[in-house]
Design a protein around this ligand. Sequence first.
Ligand SMILES: C[C@@]1(CC(=O)O)c2cc3[nH]c(cc4nc(cc5[nH]c(cc(n2)[C@H]1CCC(=O)O)[C@@](C)(CC(=O)O)[C@@H]5CCC(=O)O)C(CC(=O)O)=C4CCC(=O)O)c(CCC(=O)O)c3CC(=O)O
Ligand SMILES: NC(=O)C1=CN([C@@H]2O[C@H](COP(=O)(O)OP(=O)(O)OC[C@H]3O[C@@H](n4cnc5c(N)ncnc54)[C@H](O)[C@@H]3O)[C@@H](O)[C@H]2O)C=CC1
Length: 216
Amino acid sequence: MAVYLPVMLDVWGKRCVVVGGGKVAERKTLGLLDAGAAITVISPVLTPQLSELSEQASIVWLNRIYAPGDARGAFLVYAATDDPAVNVEVAREADSLGVPVNVGSDAEAGSFITPGVLRRGRLTVAVSTSGAGPGTAAKITKLLEETFGEEYEAYLDFLYKMRQEIKRQEPSLEARKALIKRLGTLNVLDEIRMGTFTEWDSEQIGTWIAQHREEY
Ligand SMILES: C[C@@]1(CC(=O)O)c2cc3[nH]c(cc4nc(cc5[nH]c(cc(n2)[C@H]1CCC(=O)O)[C@@](C)(CC(=O)O)[C@@H]5CCC(=O)O)C(CC(=O)O)=C4CCC(=O)O)c(CCC(=O)O)c3CC(=O)O
Ligand SMILES: NC(=O)C1=CN([C@@H]2O[C@H](COP(=O)(O)OP(=O)(O)OC[C@H]3O[C@@H](n4cnc5c(N)ncnc54)[C@H](O)[C@@H]3O)[C@@H](O)[C@H]2O)C=CC1
């Protein structure tokens, strides 16, 4: 059994190649788009949504079947055709070039798999069953959507802003750690949920840091 290493890849502006233009290719493409990749889809047929993305120039569409050489120069490759033999061929080429490859028809033929993904702004939760039950990965992702609501987006924006300021204003690593720990005890998340949270301006942030630095 493969033991997969979870990583968070920065694919912004990176050329990613999706071979196939069906439902599975569409799902992989939408995930790549969310992460800002530069996507090329290679397929003689596209789903309506992929066609629309191509018309809007959100993706580059090569209207043809896969040909050797298509994986060259790619950062990631997705083999998502309905022909397992083609998918394996794509995987072989990518492997030989040292390019990570996902095979939709057979997890083990590829070098990485796609998890279910929950996003709330800066929060990303990825769920994998190591390929054992993709439907279950989808269900668990849905369950997490109920636990981690929209409020996390604003909360993480707040945490981001505060940590940036603490790092900028506080030179001592120890004091920084104490401030960041203290930050975690604020009930901002509840305030956001209740709709009573108002964003802190730089003066409030500065005052909070100064007060709690003294405590430390
Ligand atoms: C190995 C993996 C490779 C990869 O694609 O990376 C893979 C492989 C296969 N999936 C199959 C079927 C289905 N996949 C889904 C859904 C998702 N599949 C996803 C990932 C993965 N699927 C990777 C492992 C992830 C893990 O568990 O760790 C998700 C999580 C992410 C995504 O695709 O973006 C996304 C949910 C997104 C969401 O909604 O949250 C559904 C449900 C649906 O469509 O609603 C079904 C039908 C029900 C069923 O069969 O369970 C088949 C059989 C095909 C056949 O029978 O021919 C194979 C082939 C095989 O089993 O080898
Ligand atoms: N990983 C996953 O989440 C899932 C994987 N699957 C697997 O993925 C395969 C694809 O599923 P769908 O997208 O639903 O199939 P689909 O039939 O909707 O789409 C297949 C696409 O591949 C294209 N294609 C076929 N031969 C090609 C070639 N030589 N070069 C380029 N493109 C080519 C077709 O034009 C079509 O656009 C299924 O056969 C199944 O094995 C199925 C469901 C979920």
